[in-house]
Design a protein around this ligand. Structure first.
Ligand SMILES: Cc1ncc(COP(=O)(O)O)c(C=O)c1O
Length: 387
C-alpha cells in the first residue's frame, strides 16, 4: 500500500490500462459464460443502493420485504407461491444451503447425497464442506441422469438426491418427475439445481415449447436453486435458493441478537450481504415480467438454433445434442476439440471447454453479428486444420 494515496485520476488511469486485457460482455466475445451484461435498470439501482446490508435486516426491513416478494415471484414462476428462501451470492451458495438443510433435517450419522455425473462442481465443494459423501451416478444416452442408477444408489445413508434442470455442460433437464417419485417413496430430500434453467424453462413453456415438469409442481421437490445473475439479467452477485416451505428454510436459520437492527435472523452463509442485489432482482422481476423474460429467452433461442444449424454445416464438426435451452455443445470425430478451442481463444473468443466438447452459451448480450463472426472464425480454423 502507498503511504500517500494516489490521486483518483491516477488510480483510474492505471485501472483503465490494467483492465483492458480482460474480456467484456458487451464486446460479444464471451460466448461460453452463463453470466451477461446486467439490465440497465438493475445496474442503476445496484450502484445507487450499494450501502444496503441485508445481513442486518432489522436496519433494512423494507429490503427484507422486497426479498420476500422477490422470492414469492420466483416461487410463483416455479409453481409454488409459498416458497421461502433468499437471494444469495450464486448457485454455489444456493446448492450448499440446500444440502445443509437436507443434512440437518435428515439427522443421519453418515450422510450420502446422490448427484448426477453432469452436476456442477459446487456439489463437490458442498459435500466436502458438509462432510457428505457425494455419490455420482451415470447418465443415459440423452445426457440425463440414469433414473435406475439413482434408484440403485439409494441406501440407508442417503439423505438427498440432486436433479438438474439445465446442466452446466449442455442445458439438459433430468427426469425430475421420476426423481420426485423416488424421493417421496424413500423419504429423501430432493434438490433441483435450476441455477441456469430456472430463468429459461418457464418462459420456453410460455413460448409454446414442450417443457417437462421440473419444479415445485412435483411433490417430491424440496428446494430449487434459481440464479438471477445468469439468465435473470441481474448484476453479480445474485443467486436464489427456494425451499418448498418456511419449515425447510428454518433448518438453516440462525438468530443473531447484537446487531443494530435488534434480534434478527440470518439463513445464508454470508452475514453482511448485498441489499442492492435484492433491490435489483425485485426491480427486474417487476419491470420485465413474464413477457420481458419471454422476449429475452426467445432472442437467445433463435440465435442458438441458428448457431446449431451453422455448426452442423461445417465439415468435421457436429453438435453433441439438439439444444434444449440456449447452450450448444460442439464436438468433432475428426479434429481435436481442445485444439479447436485453443484456436478460438487465440482469436479472442471466450468459449468454455468440457472434456469432450466446446460449450457455447448464447446469453442475452450475444447478438446475431457475433454469431456470424464466430461461425466465420470457426470455419476458417477448420479450413486451416484441413477440414
Ligand atoms: C447448473 C449450475 N449450478 C450451479 C452453478 C454455480 O453457480 P455460481 O457460479 O453462481 O456459484 C452453475 C454455474 O455455472 C451451474 O451451471
Amino acid at each position: 500500500m502507498e503511504s500517500e494515496g494516489l490521486s483518483q485520476s491516477l488510480v483510474l488511469r492505471e485501472l483503465k490500462s490494467r483492465l483492458s486485457e480482460d474480456f467484456t460482455y458487451s464486446s460479444g466475445r464471451i460466448i461460453g459464460s452463463m453470466c451477461t451484461c446486467p439490465h440497465p435498470l438493475a445496474r442503476k439501482l445496484y450502484t445507487r443502493f450499494l450501502d444496503r446490508n441485508l445481513g442486518d435486516s432489522g436496519l433494512f426491513p423494507a429490503i427484507a420485504k422486497l426479498e420476500k416478494e422477490a422470492i414469492n415471484m420466483l416461487g410463483a414462476l416455479l409453481s409454488n407461491q409459498r416458497a421461502s428462501g433468499h437471494i444469495v451470492t450464486g448457485g454455489t451458495e444456493a446448492n450448499t444451503l440446500a444440502l445443509w438443510a437436507a443434512k440437518k433435517l435428515s439427522k443421519k450419522e453418515k450422510c450420502e447425497v446422490i448427484v448426477p455425473a453432469s452436476a456442477h462442481y459446487s456439489f463437490d465443494k458442498a459435500a466436502d464442506l458438509l462432510g457428505l459423501k457425494a455419490v455420482r451416478v451415470g447418465l443415459n444416452s440423452g445426457f440425463q441422469v440414469d433414473v435406475e442408477a439413482v434408484r440403485k444408489a439409494v441406501n440407508s445413508s442417503t439423505m438427498a438426491i440432486v436433479g438438474i434442470a439445465g446442466t452446466t455442460g449442455l442445458g439438459v433437464v433430468d427426469p425430475i418427475l421420476e426423481l420426485s417419485e423416488i424421493a417421496l417413496e424413500k423419504g429423501i430430500f430432493l434438490h433441483v439445481d435450476a441455477a441456469f434453467g430456472g430463468f429459461v424453462l418457464p418462459f420456453l413453456r410460455e413460448l409454446g415449447f414442450n417443457v417437462p415438469d421440473f419444479d415445485f409442481s412435483l411433490p417430491g421437490v424440496c428446494s430449487i436453486t434459481v440464479d438471477p445473475h445468469k439468465m435473470g439479467l441481474a448484476p453479480i452477485p445474485a443467486g436464489g435458493i427456494l425451499f418448498r416451505d418456511e419449515k425447510l428454510r428454518k433448518a438453516v436459520a440462525w438468530n443473531v441478537s447484537y446487531l443494530c437492527g435488534g434480534e434478527i435472523e440470518q439463513a445464508t452463509f454470508a452475514g453482511t450481504r448485498s441489499g442492492a442485489s435484492v433491490i435489483a432482482v425485485w426491480a427486474l422481476l417487476k419491470h420485465l415480467g413474464k413477457e420481458g423474460y419471454k422476449r429475452v429467452v426467445g432472442h437467445c433461442m433463435r440465435l442458438t438454433w441458428k448457431l446449431a444449424e451453422e455448426i452442423q454445416m461445417i465439415n468435421g464438426l457436429s453438435i453433441v445434442r439438439e439444444p434444449i435451452m440456449n447452450i450448444v455443445g460442439i464436438k468433432s470425430e475428426v479434429f481435436d476439440i481442445h485444439r479447436v478451442a485453443q484456436e478460438l481463444r487465440a482469436r479472442k473468443w471466450a468459449v468454455s471447454l468440457f472434456p469432450n466438447h466446446i460449450r457455447i452459451v448464447v446469453m442475452p448480450h450475444v447478438k446475431e453479428r457475433h454469431i456470424e463472426e464466430f461461425i466465420e472464425d470457426l470455419k476458417d480454423i477448420i479450413d486451416k486444420f484441413g477440414g
